[in-house]
Design a protein around this ligand. Structure first.
Ligand SMILES: *Cc1c(COP(=O)(O)O)cnc(C)c1O
Length: 379
């Protein structure tokens, strides 16, 4: 294989070209226009919520979502420790601090019971818990109904970081992005669908969504001259990228189906092997299968996840450990935490494999052949 096989490269083609070309020819080459509005409506329908605000990134959606919940300086926001750094960074933008809680070793999502204990712990330490952030990790919905119940009992609002999970549902069919008071989606280049870079805030709360839209366009008061009563941001999505997103959204179901097929190929390879399991397998029928990862029990398997990872990367096949826990990141060395070691265990034993819908069978078979070669060499 000459070219490097990436984990999740963008999957764009003629459909997207036509949408983008149409948008450029329409003259709406700005962070406003008919494709932005249409994209918002289409995503709101897909997620099953009333309102959507198209933004320049998922991180911006998390930031504005927390501002909408009233999170501010001195507050604490509870965040699962196994996530991408954007979840935690967005907390700090508001002036609040994250408290990192551990996750379930089964699927890497927040455990409602651990969350309940963590809220009591943080409150007993004298802090104000202003919000809980749930993250639907690798496209598997967290147990958000139970998490929302814990939040309601504690009187704390829930924000759902569904950046990785567009198109996934829980076991009742409720869509990722619809569980909290507000949620964030990401359309970064490596996500399940992309606008090259972009995100969306979704919510059933009209006031919250309208205020987020206002803040995302520099908080311009509705008068002819430039009048400002609030600090705003330049977070709006470009109309050209919204058009790209509409093209992607029209293909979302087929892209998810392709990721599921790739996952099946990995199942055939790994299911017969002792000491190695596909991560999040229990919920994969309702997940969007964004990334397929394995968790390796070194004692049983006879090799470690990092040995397999080094071998594959040496053969130009991109693979990475699962998210390094936030409480182990140097930048969050002094953070509040409520951890059991589960996320650290997953970080040390997990490996994410090429999963992108742009990969055809020949590419994925090349990956599985290389994995077989690695195991034959070890035996
Ligand atoms: C990708 C991602 C984000 C950030 O999205 P951007 O669009 O890249 O800003 C936030 N949270 C999680 C869990 C992510 O995976």
């Amino acid at each position: 294989m000459a070219d490097r096989v990436l984990m999740s490269p963008p999957d764009v083609g003629q459909v997207e070209e036509e949408y983008v070309l149409q948008a450029m020819r329409s003259g709406w080459v700005a962070p406003t226009g008919p494709d932005v509005t249409a994209f918002e409506n289409e995503i709101a329908d897909r997620v099953g919520v009333g309102h959507a605000v198209a933004l320049s990134s998922g991180t911006a959606a998390l930031h504005l979502g927390m501002l909408g919940l009233g999170v501010g300086p001195g507050d604490v926001v509870i965040v699962p420790t196994m996530t991408f750094v954007a979840s935690a960074n967005a907390v700090t933008y508001t002036g609040a601090r994250p408290c990192f809680v551990d996750v379930s070793p089964d699927d890497g999502n927040m455990d409602p019971q651990v969350l309940r204990d963590a809220i009591s712990y943080v409150q007993a330490e004298g802090h104000h818990v202003a919000a809980v952030m749930s993250v639907d990790i690798f496209g598997v919905c967290a147990n958000n109904t139970a998490i929302a119940k814990v939040c309601a009992d504690a009187g704390v609002p829930l924000i759902e970081d569904a950046a990785e999970a567009l198109g996934a549902t829980d076991e009742t069919g409720q869509a990722a992005g619809s569980f909290g008071r507000v949620a964030a989606l990401s359309f970064n280049g490596n996500k399940i669908m992309t606008t090259s870079g972009g995100g969306m805030l979704v919510s059933n709360d009209k006031e919250l969504a309208d205020h987020a839209r206002f803040l995302s366009t520099q908080a311009r008061e509705p008068v002819l001259h430039y009048e400002h009563k609030h600090i705003g941001y330049n977070y709006r999505m470009s109309n050209i990228l919204a058009a790209l997103g509409r093209g992607q959204l029209s293909r979302l179901d087929s892209m998810i189906a392709r990721r599921r097929e790739i996952r099946e190929i990995y199942h055939s390879l790994f299911d017969p092997l002792p000491g190695i399991r596909l991560f999040g397998a229990e919920q994969e029928q309702t997940a969007n299968c964004w990334l397929s990862s394995v968790v390796v029990d070194r004692e049983v398997a006879g090799f470690s996840a990092s040995e397999l990872g080094e071998f594959l990367n040496g053969r130009n096949i991109e693979c990475r450990p699962l998210w390094k826990p936030m409480h182990l990141q140097p930048t969050f060395a002094d953070s509040l935490r409520y951890v059991t070691g589960a996320a650290q265990g997953l970080f040390e034993s997990g490996l994410t494999l090429p999963s992108g819908s742009a990969h055809d069978d020949a590419v994925i078979n090349g990956v599985t052949e290389t994995i077989r070669e690695f195991m034959a060499a070890g035996a």
